[in-house]
Design a protein around this ligand. Structure first.
Ligand SMILES: C[S@@+](CC[C@H](N)C(=O)[O-])C[C@H]1O[C@@H](n2cnc3c(N)ncnc32)[C@H](O)[C@@H]1O
Length: 242
């Protein structure tokens, strides 16, 4: 069974209380490694991801957003940006029925893109080692999408954390702004976009950019997103082509 370690970019929790619970086998590891392992081992979403066969705990973030806002339904076409290791794509495949598991409802499509390799998943088409901010990737997506349009763009992408909070924030905002170009090219009028950002001084710039082309933009923080992380999501609905 595919079970990679998900190096998702939420910041490391520094609770000494958690470390006290650390089993002896953690001895010999660095403090940061110990804290990361202890947090993983005591995280209910990590456990739930294992029992429910998700590649990563982040699946529960998308599940919660979708349970509340109903973005994904059978027959829709979805682009999943920053898709590795593939947990959001797993949720999208289930909800748009792109593996055709439910013959009674329309069959959708899921295309995932990442700079990294993504192990194959039935019902998803992955573009590995590709940069979503690059216009050539947009052209490739347009070619692969059914009727050249997507109904939903998802982005949980994040740059490698430099450790400099403001710099990481700025880089992620700039990556998210490039999704507006992608939307302009492939998103169907009325479509939706979900994108992760790290809160900071330029968040308003991203919100304003989204509000120019989507009728409704709101900030969401699913329960699976760690409280000590500056991670938030913009949910933008009802795309209006300019
Ligand atoms: C937090 S992980 C995504 C986890 C994923 N949503 C899941 O549920 O499995 C962020 C991903 O964004 C990817 N990424 C960062 N910059 C990217 C870019 N310019 N184009 C495509 N993917 C990118 C990273 O390689 C990383 O795999």
């Amino acid at each position: 069974m595919f079970r990679p370690v998900c190096l998702c970019t939420s910041r490391i929790h520094s609770s000494a209380a958690l470390l006290k619970k650390a089993p002896l086998k953690l001895k010999g590891r660095s403090g940061a490694e110990q804290r990361w392992l202890v947090r993983q081992l005591s995280d209910p979403f990590v456990k739930a991801a294992q029992t429910q066969n998700y590649r990563c705990r982040s699946a529960f973030k998308l599940r919660e957003i979708d349970d509340q806002y109903r973005l994904l339904s059978p027959g829709l076409s979805v682009i999943d940006c920053g898709a590795a290791p593939g947990a959001w794509s797993q949720v999208a495949v289930q909800r748009v029925n792109s593996a055709g598991e439910r013959p009674d409802v329309p069959r959708g499509s899921v295309i995932g893109i990442d700079l990294l390799y993504i192990a194959p998943l039935e019902g998803a088409h992955f573009l590995c080692n590709q940069d979503i901010t690059h216009p050539a990737t947009h052209a490739e997506l347009q070619r692969l999408l059914p009727q050249a349009y997507a109904d939903v763009i998802l982005s949980d992408m994040a740059p490698n954390a430099s450790g400099l909070r403001e710099l990481d924030h700025e880089r992620l905002v700039s990556m998210c702004l490039s999704l507006l170009e992608l939307a302009d090219r492939v998103l169907r009028p009325g479509g939706s976009l979900v994108c992760k950002y790290w809160d900071g001084a330029l968040a308003h710039k991203l919100r304003d950019g989204l509000a120019r082309v989507f009728r409704d933009v709101k900030t969401v923080k699913p329960k699976a997103s760690r409280k000590d992380s500056s991670e938030l999501y913009f949910l933008a609905r009802t795309f209006r082509r300019t």
